[in-house]
Ligand binder design. Sequence first.
Ligand code: SF4
Length: 215
Amino acid sequence: MRLVKHPELIAAWPKPTAADPWIIMISGCMMGFPCGVDGTDYGFGGVLDDIAKRDTVRVVSFCPEDIGLGTPRTMPDIHGGDGFDGLAGHARVLDEHGSDLTDGMIAGALAMAAKAQEEQVRFAILMDMSAACGSQVIADGCRSGEPPPRQRGVGVATAVLARVGIPLVSQRDHRTLGLVRARLDAKFVADPEARDHHEIPWVRKNLPDDRVWPT
Ligand code: SF4
């Protein structure tokens, strides 16, 4: 379930406290772990610190590609569909050399979902564009094409997390993350101009197809 489509969930969650914090799963790279394909955090470490570093939040960070493929690694992208299609066997994850990484991607995704269930996470904030963690826009085949191919869709790990019922949001969904921040901090003032990623003009113009998730 995408929180961008169900903001009422955020309002209904019990207020977090230090004794009963919100348990949030966050893509490992956004917590500063050097788990990107090139062994860095892509420069995203700390981008969610205002959410993650609160005594009313406990973070469970995870990198499904690191678990399933190792780090460093070649670049995985989904060919022929998105993460749901990959789980159904209708799409494959290939790297830039054409090697098939589908089995490792699914293994990492299953491990991420098992960790989320074990830790009883309330929701997950995931890095968009990733063939594992994407939830709004991902590459449509090899991302090194020109122009870079894009599609609305989810990564493989996101698809598995959705299947097991974990609410999801991407780091690009600024309107919805504002609702999260407002629940965590009574003094937070949401930007009325903030938009979720599917609401920005480029996505509305170029990728208008908002796929209904088969969950
Ligand atoms: S698989 Fe997810 S957590 Fe790992 S580097 Fe990619 S976006 Fe970050």
